[in-house]
Design a protein around this ligand. Structure first.
Ligand SMILES: *Cc1c(COP(=O)(O)O)cnc(C)c1O
Length: 327
């Protein structure tokens, strides 16, 4: 409550009748300090990292240009690429959603993509790709390689300290998954030579005054958000253990703030509906590599408990239907 009051006090001083600082300089300084960004690396802000993905792709779009990413991954890469007329090349992930090094390198060699996107950890599978395979991709690609670290607060590894080691490495971050999705603030980090070119397609006032002031305030209280992320990481492991203990449920390890799990064959849709009818809405996936998979975001301890009991009830109800059919 004290923090909320101080935050509102700060917002009270904002001049809503004025345009924001187009360079958001105060916020950029705070973020550079917070991330310990080296002097020789640049930082570009976006209205969420979605906007930065759009800016990256707008800056390379053109006849015959391609974008490459593993599949399944974050859907916005494909969506924005196709809207901009770029060709999207998906490369299937391997066993347990590992990055298929040989397939990636072969596709990069054949298609020579302008941009490769790697979500690290990956969404919706939650895993961190093998670092050596990611490094091989950075070596092989002649275009940009964007390591999208939307879930860095929940992961044990990052490519941020590697900035500058490869000339084509860009790292994408966001405040969204650390509890501030409504602010819409994403960060693109990397060599200034690239960022200056990408900055040319940015609309001048993409970061509004309320976001500039709020994000700067949040940085001054970063430990509150960090504590919350630590709590979510601990709860994620508890939730993982509870899911793993359920008969017929397969759950994958996660370095993000969600868990991906699979229910018995053909029951994905019914489990989704059963959960929803019990007041729990999570993400379900259609046919393909994620058939019968669902993704649940780690919530408050109360929400996690409610989700687990709704899932147990749903599975029990479906199990009894199945038993009735077979008997
Ligand atoms: C959520 C997400 C984003 C988008 O984040 P915003 O900053 O809210 O636009 C980008 N990449 C990945 C992998 C995500 O999961």
């Amino acid at each position: 409550e004290a923090m909320r009051a101080a935050w509102l006090e700060r917002l009270r001083e904002v001049a809503l009748n004025r345009y924001p600082d187009p360079g958001a300089r105060r916020l950029v300084q705070g973020l550079r300090r917070y991330l310990s960004l080296p002097e020789d690396q640049g930082l570009l802000l976006g209205n969420g990292s979605d906007e930065l993905i759009q800016m990256i792709l707008m800056s390379v779009a053109g006849e015959g240009r391609t974008v490459l990413a593993p599949e399944p991954t974050f859907v916005m890469y494909r969506l924005i690429a196709e809207v901009l007329g770029l060709e999207y090349v998906p490369v299937p992930l391997g066993e347990d959603f590992a990055l298929d090094g040989a397939a990636m390198l072969e596709a990069i060699r054949r298609r020579d993509p302008e941009v490769v996107f790697l979500a690290y950890p990956n969404n919706p599978t939650g895993n961190l790709f093998d670092r050596e395979v990611v490094e091989a991709v950075l070596e092989a690609a002649t275009g940009l390689v964007v390591i999208d670290e939307a879930y860095s607060a929940f992961a044990t590894d990052s490519f941020l300290p590697e900035l500058g080691r490869w000339p084509n490495l860009l790292v994408l971050r966001t405040l969204s998954k650390t509890g501030l999705a409504g602010l819409r603030l994403g960060m693109l980090l990397g060599p200034p030579q690239w960022l200056e070119e990408i900055d040319k397609v940015r609309l001048p006032y993409n970061i509004n005054v309320l976001t500039q002031v709020s994000a700067a305030f949040a940085l001054e209280h970063a430990e509150v958000l960090e504590d919350q992320c630590a709590r979510i990481r601990a709860d994620r492991e508890r939730l993982h253990a509870a899911l793993a203990a359920l008969e017929g449920v397969q759950v994958w390890p996660s370095q993000a703030n969600f868990l991906l799990f699979r229910v018995p064959r053909g029951q994905g849709r019914a489990v989704f509906a059963g959960l929803r009818s019990r007041g729990v809405l999570i993400k379900a996936f259609g046919n393909g590599p994620l058939a019968d998979c669902l993704r649940v975001t780690v919530g408050t301890p109360e929400e996690n408990t409610r989700f687990l009991s709704a899932l147990r009830e749903t599975l029990r109800a479906l199990g009894s239907v199945e038993t009735a059919h077979t008997s």
